[in-house]
Design a protein around this ligand. Structure first.
Ligand SMILES: [Zn+2]
Length: 341
């Protein structure tokens, strides 16, 4: 089986964005109560939004299941306040649940958290519990920078974040460290802010004792781990100079990378540098980079093609495509057992 650990509902029906637009418009007039209108989306509209996109690509590329969450760039936790974020997150998560219910063989849910700048992360516990316990979601996306590019929250190793970690451990769900859009023009969202955040999160994990306090807490750092694999010697050396444990005995027990690197040499480097036990197959397809590489004639985000080109053993191939995802997202077993897969 091939599990794609990184997919977002980037093709959701327009009514979802209409809701968001109305919500944002209402924020402009403080006299108005927070907008929380209905979203009318039929099952057929959901089918239509996926059949020509993620489902078509799953079939064409030969992947089986996508771990699926709301569109990351649209989380925009910096918009409005905690109430805005909660209403928006609930709508987005409800829609993911409908997708997973319509296509239980193809999608397993991961939730957006109703984070908001300056609001303690424990505020997101209720929505995480709702999604895991009521919908059967298997993880969450955690935004290390709800301010959208201004980095006003404490680092991920700070006790500020502990309440949400306690809940993640209790529910046995991992988080993908995933920022959203950037409201700081310095940072292009997917070209700079995302990769910065991936790199930043990894360095933060080196700096603290988070995994001593939470030995079973698990994070996926997407986009191939940002700049980390390319600069692995730097991180190993920094850990050494800072008298931190070596990476293999510390951060790598709890932190995993995906394969959302959109060229073969990048995937080759990833596999050469990072232990295969720490790499999960992911494509983030229909995401940040949707074009075709003129050099290869293939989609940049067809990451399976790159992995297939590597001389992996059957055992390593299994880990990368399925085994590691089952280990990092243990709740997926129940979901897959419930379907024909
Ligand atoms: Zn993503």
């Amino acid at each position: 089986m091939i599990i794609d650990c990184h997919g977002h509902y980037t093709t959701a029906p327009k009514a979802l964005q209409d809701y968001r637009d109305a919500q944002i418009a209402a924020l402009k007039d403080p006299a108005q109560p927070p907008y929380d209108g209905r979203i009318d989306i039929s099952d057929d509209q959901i089918r239509e939004s996926l059949e020509g996109a993620q489902l078509k690509l799953q079939r064409e590329r030969g992947t089986d299941v996508t771990i699926f969450s709301p569109r990351a760039s649209a989380m925009a936790h910096h918009v409005g306040d905690a109430r805005t974020s909660l209403n928006w997150s609930r709508r987005c998560n409800d829609l993911i649940h409908r997708v997973c219910t319509l296509y239980p063989d193809n999608f397993v849910g991961v939730c957006q958290l109703p984070q908001s700048p300056g609001v303690p992360p424990g505020n997101s516990i209720e929505e995480l519990e709702r999604c895991v316990n009521e919908f059967g979601f298997i993880g969450c996306n955690l935004n290390p920078d709800p301010s959208g590019g201004h980095w006003t929250a404490p680092p991920l190793i700070d006790k500020y974040w502990y309440p949400i970690y306690e809940k993640m451990v209790e529910l046995d769900v991992p988080a993908m460290v995933h920022v959203s859009s950037s409201c700081n023009p310095v940072f292009h969202a997917t070209g700079a802010h995302y990769i910065n955040a991936d790199t930043t999160a990894f360095m933060q994990f080196i700096q603290g004792d988070l995994f001593k306090d939470f030995p079973t807490l698990r994070f996926i750092i997407p986009h191939g781990g940002g700049a980390v694999p390319f600069h692995w010697g730097r991180y190993r050396g920094l850990a050494q100079d800072m008298k931190r444990p070596i990476l293999e005995e510390h951060v790598l027990k709890n932190v995993f990378f995906d394969t959302c690197v959109y060229h073969l040499p990048g995937i080759e480097l990833l596999l050469k540098v990072i232990p295969v036990d720490n790499i999960l197959f992911g494509s983030e397809m229909v995401g940040a980079v949707r074009g075709i590489d003129p050099r290869t004639g293939q989609y940049y985000d067809d990451t399976k093609r790159y992995v297939d080109a590597l001389p992996l053993t059957d055992a390593d191939r299994y880990k990368l495509f399925e085994g590691n995802a089952r280990r990092v997202y243990p709740r997926i077993a129940k979901k897959l057992k419930a379907t024909s897969k």
